[in-house]
Ligand binder design. Structure first.
Ligand code: FMN
Length: 651
């Protein structure tokens, strides 16, 4: 990599690292005037997702008067940068004519222009990977770039969803024009690929980082027949059945100039939810001391799960990062964004790692465990709290029973909210729907004995935010139940299971179809084509529209949303089916997260991980409807991340 390219990569890494991006909320040219604090000693600021307060040196202050909260959009945490910059004594100016923001801190000046990838630090041009954008009157700016240009450090705690910004007492002016002198950083991509998918990603990593490539080749290559996992007598099945005795002999494990590398990307295909055992010999017999090791894999549908962790456990040497999973059609942009987020020395960064979303899990499906997992999220709902669930189609649907969810709904003083159905049935009109609610005793646990059918007074149209990832949304506006505007926070309480049209239903379906008015449901089902019929649209556009609609609701509620999926009664059919098929698998547990994409992905992975034929019909239902495309698109538009850390709360 040339020095110039490295320098750009450094700025890019700062700009797009997935932990911190800026959110401004200003409407005037008002410079900050008096600063809240003068930066005469080290200052520490913390901001938490969904929390309208931040702490400045331990003291809680409002972020601003309009209740702005940090939110996660597009896998990035958007912070109220005005508050941050002003809290440390800096100023913020907005020039509406040129759509330029000027941030000043001590002697440093940053200028950023909406929709431009060129930023200026002390008049030196820098290239950003992500353009600053205005979404709903708010200007999104890359805070990490800003913070690190000003010599602040930024840390992210995925468990508490908190960003900590440390402002040193002696913040010095960085010399933005200085070349990256980290020429000693060197990377190598070591990989095995049976059918060239992983090789494609390895090549993209090498292209972007300038790393060398090294392929691990079995002495006896795998033929197509060897790879047939459906054949009990194939080589992979036999090896998999006897993993303790499976050693795949490689042509060589000696990477030339091994000592010269300080970053090692290691890749393989996922075989039965784990990194292919073909690379085990290399991992077990290689000394990674002093090296940062970055696992990556490709798979058809499985997420990363614990596979990278298991791989790292095969050695005691090296600093192993979380790793990343790619699909069969990984793009240059996806690979580059991931590498930038790693902030590795070899790509010019400082060596901190990015975080996957946290998903909590308990196998205990009880009222107590439901409350416990909610508490674990540390969510502080504000104002009127909506609890979105399915009221369940009579007579026999698997809707979440009041005995299970009542304690949680009461604890948060929540109003159960729902919308009428678009397909007929017993809940397509408010009066009938209210009778079902009574029959299902959901009114007994909802605030003031009232379950709000949010579209009883029609629709409200809310915009789908423009994805900052550069991806396109399929629908641009969403018709939700008009009463959504009566709520300030929302808990998505979904029953995870199959679905006749979407393949599966979890958080994203609950937040989109579930909150859509009848007109909104028709628009989502048809990818924006029909206002009055839910039938006959393009399947993938339908799946994509669910992510778009979810994104609009999250945006409307300023990100004050958390998601819980209950994995019981795992039928192939939804709660909108009054006579769902009997499940062919056991109950799994309750999962919760701030990230609907990570949450649904984790649930799907748990279904896929079932053994002995359990869940075969559900997997079949999901795949026959291309259900995973929901997550592909949702991740693409930045609704959340398909990578996650599953944290058990069971003792
Ligand atoms: C033996 C075997 C087992 C597999 N197991 C899984 C799996 O558990 N989950 C999954 O999503 N894909 C699985 N796949 C699909 C591969 O992970 C996927 O096609 C991968 O991208 C292939 O990478 P490659 O071309 O580098 O070999 C499996 C493939 C094979 C051959």
């Amino acid at each position: 990599m040339t020095k110039a390219k490295k320098s750009i990569a450094f700025i890019t890494a700062m700009a797009v690292v997935c932990l911190a991006f800026g959110l401004f909320a200003w409407h005037t040219n008002k410079p900050s005037g008096e600063s809240a604090l003068a930066a005469s000693a080290e200052q520490i600021l913390t901001l938490q997702i969904g929390n309208p307060q931040m702490t400045v040196d331990g003291e809680s202050v409002n972020i601003d008067d309009s209740g702005t909260v940090p939110v996660i959009i597009d896998e990035r945490t958007l912070l109220p940068v005005r508050a941050v910059v002003e809290a440390v004594g800096g100023t913020v100016e907005w020039d509406g004519d040129t759509r330029t923001t000027t941030l000043t801190y001590k002697s440093d000046v940053i200028k950023l222009t909406i929709d431009s990838t060129t930023a200026y630090l002390n008049d030196a041009a820098q290239t950003l990977d992500v353009t600053p954008v205005i979404i709903n009157d708010r200007t999104m700016l890359p805070i990490r770039f800003i913070a690190e240009s000003f010599k602040f450090t930024v840390d992210w705690n995925a468990n508490t969803q908190t960003v900590t910004i440390t402002v040193p007492a002696d913040a010095q002016t960085p010399d933005a024009t200085a070349p990256n002198t980290d020429t000693a950083s060197k990377s190598v991509v070591v990989y095995f690929s049976a059918t060239n998918t992983t090789e494609g990603v390895a090549q993209k990593i090498a292209d972007y980082t300038g790393a060398d490539l090294f392929e691990l080749e079995p002495k006896e290559p795998y033929t197509d027949d060897d790879l047939d996992w459906t054949d009990d007598n194939s080589r992979v099945v036999k090896e998999h059945n006897d993993l303790d005795n499976t050693d795949v002999e490689l042509v060589t494990t000696d990477v030339p100039n091994w000592d010269s590398y300080n970053t090692v990307y290691i890749g393989a295909p996922i075989w039965w939810q784990e990194f292919s055992w073909v690379i085990d010999e290399f991992v077990e017999n290689t000394d990674f001391t002093g090296k940062t090791v970055v696992p990556f894999c490709t798979s058809m549908s499985s997420g990363l799960g614990d596979s990278a962790k298991h791989l790292a456990e095969k050695t005691t040497t090296g600093t192993w990062l979380d790793g990343m999973r790619f699909g069969s059609s990984a793009t240059d942009e996806q690979v580059q964004e991931w590498i930038d987020s790693l902030d590795l020395p070899a790509s010019g960064g400082t060596g901190t790692t990015a975080a996957a979303s946290t998903v909590y899990m308990t196998t205990d499906i009880t009222p107590e465990a439901l409350v416990e997992i909610y508490d674990k999220l540390g969510f502080e709902p504000e104002g009127n709290v909506a609890v979105k669930m399915s009221t369940g189609e009579p007579p026999n649907s698997n809707y979440l029973r009041p005995e299970l969810i009542g304690d949680l709904v009461k604890k948060v003083d929540g109003t159960i909210v729902e919308c009428n159905t678009a397909y007929g049935g017993s809940r397509s009109e408010t009066a009938m729907h209210e009778q079902v609610i009574k029959d299902h005793e959901l009114d007994t646990i909802s605030k003031d004995g009232f379950v709000d059918i949010m579209d009883r007074d029609g629709s409200k149209i809310i915009p789908v935010p423009t994805p900052a990832t550069g991806a396109s949304s399929t629908i641009t506006e969403n018709y939700v139940g008009a009463h959504l505007e009566n709520y300030d926070s929302l808990i998505s309480l979904a029953h995870f299971k199959g679905h006749a049209m979407a393949g599966y239903g979890g958080a994203i379906k609950n937040m989109s179809i579930g909150i859509g008015s009848q007109e909104g449901k028709c628009l989502i089902h048809t990818g924006g084509q029909s206002h009055d019929s839910p039938w006959g649209g393009d399947q993938d556009k339908f799946l994509e529209s669910m992510g778009d609609a979810t994104s609009s609701v999250v945006n409307f509620l300023d990100g004050k949303v958390v998601y819980i999926n209950v994995m019981n009664r795992l039928s192939v059919d939804c709660d909108c089916d009054g006579n769902p098929a009997e499940p062919d698998m056991h109950d799994i547990g309750i999962l919760a997260s701030y990230d609907p994409v990570a949450l649904d992905q984790a649930c799907l992975d748990l279904v896929y991980a079932q053994k002995d034929g359990d869940g075969a019909s559900l997997v079949n239902r999901i795949e026959s409807r291309n259900g995973l495309h929901t997550l592909e698109h949702a991740a693409e538009i930045g609704l959340g991340s398909r990578e996650y850390n599953l944290v058990s709360i069971d003792s």
